[in-house]
Design a protein around this ligand. Structure first.
Ligand code: GDP
Length: 321
């Protein structure tokens, strides 16, 4: 299988849907060196949940290429608390964009999903073929069902209309631009913030949700963006492709690494009234490796860089107001 770029982005009009989100912004940064013409939909004028808005915007802006990174996202608690929004918003956004991409003749589209699409007790590491072979993890099934529908949309438009639409399933992502709100964030930014605030306030303990025993795989968002561009340039097929780092660790080990990076010297306390979620979801990266891609950013380096981003962009700005 060749890994040379087959689909060049140079000179193309490229729409990154969701460009203000963590993943979309990373794709925009990554595309800066590809010589393409980036176009963006403004949130105040285009509601991606409305078909008429999406169709009108795409007809007037005519993108050749779409990175579909727009989504309603959140951590384990947000998923559980806002099931209707996680299901409805994500179904509408992906269905509207994929249908409009077909109608307006988009040359290539990459849909971004998530590793939570896989069955709760899938065999590890999880291969792409494990999709729909078992029941989902209940804490995020709303989001997962929407993302499975997105994969199927991309596949069905390829089969019925011959559209070159592909899907990538990233593992748990982190990095600059992440959400640090403790109620709605994912674990990694939450722990960075908690460790920072505990250090500043001189607290004795830091509370970690759940038992600390679940395993999670983390990938820096810049690695994810690089993989997405690689797939856009080299991959054209029916099956979705896993995008991961290839290694996982327990939430306890992650918390220990975070407090080390932040410099918090107190103890970890585990709040077992909070959900653990799925016990493990390490994805197999074999398919993406066979396409010639590997991650670059080690977790410890990524943690240090993300903590720096948090200090400069969240702590610094909130302390000014
Ligand atoms: P998930 O991968 O979909 O389960 O999403 P999360 O990133 O929200 O949670 C991953 C794991 O980290 C779960 O077992 C959580 O209980 C655990 N966790 C520990 N502390 C926190 C925290 O402060 N926030 C979040 N979101 N999760 C936490």
């Amino acid at each position: 299988m060749t890994t040379e770029p087959q689909f060049s982005l140079a000179g193309k009009r490229v729409w990154v849907a969701g460009h203000r989100g963590m993943v979309g912004a990373a794709i925009v940064r990554r595309l800066a060196s590809e010589g393409c013409d980036l176009v963006f939909a403004d949130r105040s004028t285009v509601d991606l949940r409305r078909q008429a808005d999406v169709e009108a915007w795409m007809r007037s802006n005519k993108p050749d290429v779409v990175f579909l990174a727009a989504a309603k996202v959140g951590g384990i608690l947000a998923n559980d608390r806002f099931p209707a929004q996680f299901l409805y918003d994500n179904l509408m956004i992906e269905a509207n964009i994929i249908q409009a991409a077909h109608e307006t003749g988009v040359q290539k589209l990459l849909f971004l999903g998530s590793s939570c699409i896989y069955p709760k007790f899938a065999e590890q590491p999880i291969v792409e073929e494990a999709l729909l072979t078992g029941a989902l993890e209940p804490t995020n099934e709303w989001y997962a069902i929407a993302k499975i529908a997105g994969i199927k949309l991309a596949q069905s438009y390829r089969r019925q209309y011959g559209c070159d639409f592909i899907s990538a399933m990233p593992t748990n992502l982190y990095g600059p631009g992440d959400n640090f709100d403790l109620q709605s964030s994912h674990v990694l930014p939450a722990l960075l913030r908690k460790a920072h605030e505990a250090k500043i306030s001189g607290a004795d303990t830091l509370t970690v949700w759940g038992s600390g025993t679940p395993y999670r795989e983390f990938l820096h968002v810049d690695d994810c963006a690089d993989a997405c561009v690689h797939l856009m340039q080299t991959y054209s097929d029916d099956s979705h492709v896993n995008v991961g780092s290839g290694t996982d660790l327990t939430i306890r080990s992650l918390a220990e690494a975070v407090v080390e990076v932040v410099g918090f010297a107190g103890d970890l306390v585990f709040d077992t009234t909070k959900p653990d979620g799925t016990p493990r979801k390490l994805m197999s990266g074999a398919k993406l490796r066979s396409l010639g891609w590997r991650p670059n950013i080690e977790l410890l380096d990524g943690l240090k860089q993300t903590y720096g981003w948090y200090l400069d962009n969240v702590v610094a700005t909130t302390s000014k107001t």
